[in-house]
Ligand binder design. Structure first.
Ligand code: PRP
Ligand code: URA
Length: 209
């Protein structure tokens, strides 16, 4: 069964509230997006396998743990997903980064894909798609399609805010893909904006409006 994991950590709820606030400026918006991505990745990797290893401290030999299992590829969807990437690669420095460029057609709201550059071994890695906004779900479904065509079998979606319509579309098209999010909001406007949401993530990140 597909799953939506909604994070309720107090720090995530606190930072998300500041992110939503229309008075929050570009610099703080970028910093919060990065911090939220890091906190979400921390929660999402809770069940990641570890392997026992030996380590020598200055005083004695002991046993410790190292991360094991599948390596990770983080896949930001351009543009807004870029702001989440640094937060996650700081936590997981061995992650490779692939970029997928997609924008929504202004009239149809359907995704238009314009760029893909993936790590050569992406099929062997667990792919973590990054996009702050899961609205109609069209962009995320298109990104999952691209990754599956590239051979990826383990895919997770990290979206800071989701709409119920987007969650349903992703799970309808790709029931094997889990979604990790800080909030599932109320609904979409006729123009495809999430309510209450935070507005246009790309414009708020990069100051393009
Ligand atoms: C925004 C957002 C997502 C997409 C979500 O991107 O960053 O990628 O919309 O909407 P959907 O779920 O309905 O597909 P946008 O199209 O504004 O492109 P941009 O980031 O380049 O501005
Ligand atoms: N993209 C955004 O940036 N914001 C929304 O509310 C929906 C799609």
């Amino acid at each position: 069964m597909p799953t939506v994991h909604v994070f309720d950590h107090p720090l995530i709820r606190h930072k998300l509230t500041i992110l939503r606030d229309k008075r929050t400026g570009h610099k703080e918006f970028r910093e919060l997006t990065e911090e939220l991505a890091m906190l979400m990745a921390f929660e999402a990797t809770r069940a990641h396998p570890v392997r026992e290893i030996s380590v020598e401290t200055p005083l004695a030999a002991t046993t410790g743990w190292t991360i094991a299992g599948q390596e990770i590829a983080v896949i930001p969807i351009l543009r807004a997903g870029l702001a989440m990437e640094s937060g996650i690669t700081r936590l997981i420095p061995t992650a490779r980064v692939g970029h997928i460029g997609i924008y929504r057609d202004h009239d149809t709201l359907e995704p238009v894909s314009y760029f893909t550059k993936l790590p050569p071994d992406v099929a062997e890695r667990e792919a973590m798609i990054l996009d702050p906004m899961l609205a109609t779900g069209g962009s995320t479904v298109a990104a999952i399609d691209i990754l599956k065509r590239a051979g990826c079998r383990t895919i997770r979606v990290m979206a800071i805010i989701s709409a119920p319509e987007g969650v349903a579309r992703v799970h309808g098209a790709h029931p094997d893909v889990d979604i990790y999010t800080a909030a599932v909001d109320s609904h979409l406007t006729p123009h495809g904006y999430i309510v209450p949401g935070l507005g246009d993530a790309g414009d708020r990140l990069f100051g393009t409006k």
